[in-house]
Design a protein around this ligand. Structure first.
Ligand SMILES: Cc1cc2nc3c(=O)[nH]c(=O)nc-3n(C[C@H](O)[C@H](O)[C@H](O)COP(=O)(O)OP(=O)(O)OC[C@H]3O[C@@H](n4cnc5c(N)ncnc54)[C@H](O)[C@@H]3O)c2cc1C
Length: 382
């Protein structure tokens, strides 16, 4: 093992400058939240919610139906948590479904879903298995496809996006041991080398690399030293994960999300073609933060999916209905059903999470009342 790369010493003022300079500045649309902070309630910015064009909705709904069927029959979340890994056949099935390319344009072999349908898909798959939700999200929300989509050259898109849409899992490597919220101290270096600087040599260590343990392609943020002809600064690169000198030194273990392929990756004298640099030297932190701005949209979507799933299970356990409105609807519907049908519906098993642990009593107790219609498989945000 090589010695740790020394961290640059950075004052508080410099740290702030680096973070501020990397902020996204070109906001093209007004922000509902910003307007609220300014004391203006701009309901028109969020209501009515724009409807997708019919062809986008059709494509999205068709994919959601296939994904739901896959979740119900092919994902065993309990096994993933037990074995702390996603089975190979599940990953293969997801690739065949096109789930690696949900947000990638159809001209590169992706499904070309809108952000809304991408989020719905993550809410669905994330409640079947959070580890799979994290894998798909880290790959498409922050991994190689997203920065290339916004900042990549046409050549880079042509070279990498078809792989990202179909076969290659990708990861986003910004954080380092002791460098998280304070990227000014980023210590991984990319030193220009070769004839006319036709490649860079990367050295350093990255931590918390979601997907990094199994990834085929990485987007890596590294510091280019300032020199003649090189502006220098934090710069983003696409790196082949099987390049010589790339080592996964640890797979991190978590209490939940045990199937997460998150680890520590070391770069030792790794040669990266200059053609794999995303944007100019010094633009890497801005690229990373802009990527994260869009990428983080998928986290609330998965939280909504998880919340709905938890609520569904809690309601099925209690047999409860949540409000007068749904209680009266339930009563009316129950009355229309024949007496023999007035038993608890079989435990809906949209996914093979843990149906065996759900209550099985059939006596007429509060726990066995017919479920409210809203207690069946959750409907995802419309
Ligand atoms: C499950 C998981 C997955 C991850 N996946 C990835 C990934 O794929 N790629 C990647 O690059 N990184 C990833 N990360 C890293 C994550 O983005 C970092 O954890 C994050 O940037 C925070 O860095 P840190 O952990 O070093 O915390 P620190 O920066 O040490 O912060 C610790 C606490 O101090 C607070 N704090 C820090 N500085 C200040 C300040 N100046 N003023 C006030 N409060 C402050 C923070 O808000 C935080 O609460 C992942 C982390 C986790 C846990």
């Amino acid at each position: 093992m090589t010695a740790p790369t020394p961290k640059p010493s950075v004052s508080e003022r410099e740290a702030r400058q680096v973070a501020e300079a990397a902020r996204e500045q070109d906001w093209r649309k007004p922000s509902f939240a910003k307007e609220l902070f300014l004391g203006r309630f701009r309901l028109d910015l969020i209501h009515p919610h724009p409807m997708p064009p019919p062809e986008d909705a059709l494509r999205g709904e068709e994919f959601l139906a296939k994904l739901r069927a896959f979740c119900e029959t092919k994902i065993d979340s309990a096994r993933i948590e037990r074995e702390a890994r996603i089975p190979d056949e599940t990953i293969k099935g997801l690739k065949e479904l096109g789930a690696l390319g949900m947000k990638i344009d159809t001209k590169y072999g992706g499904l070309g879903l809108t952000q809304v349908y991408y989020n719905k898909a993550l809410a669905l798959v994330g409640s079947a298995s959070p580890a799979i939700g994290a894998l798909l999200s880290a790959h498409q929300s922050i991994g190689v496809p997203q920065p290339l989509k916004i900042f990549g050259t046409q050549e880079q898109k042509d070279a990498f996006l078809p792989r990202c849409a179909t076969t290659d899992i990708t990861a986003f490597l910004l954080t380092e041991p002791d460098v998280g919220s304070d990227p000014a101290r980023l210590a991984t270096t990319a030193v220009p080398d070769g004839d006319g600087g036709d490649h860079y040599v990367l050295d350093g260590v990255k931590l918390w690399t979601t997907n990094g343990v199994v990834a085929d392609l990485l987007v890596v943020m590294a510091r280019v030293p300032k020199s003649e002809g090189h502006k220098g600064g934090i710069t983003a690169f696409v790196v082949e994960a099987d390049s010589e000198g790339v080592t996964v030194e640890n797979r991190n273990a978590f209490m939940g999300l045990r199937g997460l392929e998150n680890g520590v990756t070391r770069f030792h004298q790794v040669r990266v073609p200059a053609a794999n640099r995303i944007g100019p030297e010094g633009a890497g932190l801005k690229i990373a933060l802009t990527t994260l701005n869009t990428g983080r949209l998928s986290l609330p979507a998965m939280c909504v999916g998880a919340g709905k799933w938890c609520l569904k299970i809690a309601r099925e356990w209690s047999g409860a209905v949540s409000s007068g409105v749904s209680r009266s609807r339930t009563t009316r519907r129950s009355a229309r059903r024949s007496p023999s049908s007035r038993r608890p519906r079989s435990r809906s098993k949209p996914y093979s999470t843990s149906p065996r642990r759900w209550p099985t009593r059939t006596a007429t107790t509060s726990a066995s009342r017919p479920h409210s219609p809203s207690c069946t498989a959750p409907r995802w945000p419309g």
